[in-house]
Design a protein around this ligand. Structure first.
Ligand code: C2E
Ligand code: CA
Ligand code: CA
Ligand code: CA
Length: 280
């Protein structure tokens, strides 16, 4: 059927599309049976906006696929969720993150680093998930408050009641819970209404419009007020410029994360970034 559309650049486009589709199929097959050696975790600092002390890091999964190279998580996480391997990958991240937190605790006992771990709603569906997370934390002798489970509004929407129960169990065990990408879902307030969260992460889409949009500033300011009155910590995501930093500080945000401070880096690069006084 390629012949039938053999006009001008059409065949080339068809070829590209076919190659891309084949690549997607290939990736889907591979991620259904993931080779965990190809998956690594990188860490992005989360800083106190007042003094730039590193308060925590977020764990971000990376897939170094041997034929293609780096596949972005926005591409492979949905595939893993659809293909049923997100639990295996999720446990890989949880194990890596807890082992790393234990190493940091040993190397820098004076500096408490919290670790944000992205958890998909499919993981919350796994029976005994909360208990298994708490066991892992206990095995590494970690302070559970330093483990922050990041849940997106989107992912929560899938099975709300299960998520509510698992979050309750995690928090009963001392684990912190963050609502990720806050403001991008359709029922943000409903989540805060039903979940006892500890942290809200204000989505990068708000931060990137902040400088040009007084309207967005008002929205972010009111989210900060709400977070404050609910005793939630707020983290501004995706701070890339000094102007954005100045603004989120003015708006009352305590913590931030973004390329302005650091890109996600390998685990070994985190402690050197922190410096003797804890400041980035
Ligand atoms: P997220 O949880 O919202 O993670 C933040 C994303 O923003 C990361 O992209 C990070 O590299 C990027 N980022 C941080 N600062 C900046 C900035 O200043 N500018 C810009 N443009 N981007 C910034 P990444 O690593 O590509 O991850 C994308 C998404 O994939 C994550 O969004 C998360 O939803 C998902 N993801 C990553 N790792 C995991 C994981 O281990 N498990 C699950 N379930 N999802 C994961
Ligand atoms: Ca996140
Ligand atoms: Ca986010
Ligand atoms: Ca996101």
């Amino acid at each position: 059927e390629a012949k039938a559309r053999d006009k001008g650049g059409m065949v080339l486009i068809d070829g590209d599309e076919r190659a891309m589709a084949a690549q997607q199929v290939h990736l889907r097959e591979q991620i259904a049976q993931p080779d965990l050696e190809q998956f690594t975790v990188v860490y992005q600092p989360i800083v106190d906006l007042a003094d730039l002390r590193v308060r925590g890091v977020e764990c971000l999964l990376r897939w170094n696929q041997p034929d293609i190279g780096a596949v972005p998580p926005d591409q492979f996480i949905p595939m893993a969720e659809a293909g049923g391997s997100i639990q295996v990958l999720g446990w890989h991240v949880l194990r890596e993150a807890c082992a790393q937190l234990a190493r940091w605790k040993q190397e820098r006992p004076d500096h408490r680093i919290a670790v944000g771990i992205n958890v998909s709603s499919r993981q919350l569906d796994e029976p005994g998930f909360a208990a298994a997370v708490l066991r892992l934390i206990a095995q590494h002798d970690l302070d559970p408050e330093l483990v922050v489970v990041e849940l997106t509004e989107q992912s929560l929407a899938l099975d709300f009641e299960t998520a509510v129960a698992v979050v309750k169990d995690l928090r009963a065990g001392g684990v912190s819970v963050a609502v990720d990408d806050y403001g991008t879902g359709y029922s943000s307030l409903r989540y805060l209404h039903r979940f006892d969260a500890d942290v809200v992460k204000i989505d990068r889409s708000f931060i990137s419009h902040l400088v040009d949009s007084p309207h967005t500033q008002k929205i972010v300011r009111s989210v900060m007020h709400m977070a404050d009155s609910l005793d939630l910590q707020s983290i501004a995501e995706g701070i890339e410029t000094c102007d954005q930093l100045a603004l989120v500080r003015d708006l009352g945000c305590a913590l931030g994360q973004g390329y302005l401070f650091s890109r996600p880096v390998a685990a070994e690069e985190i402690l050197p970034l922190i410096g003797p006084d804890g400041v980035l």
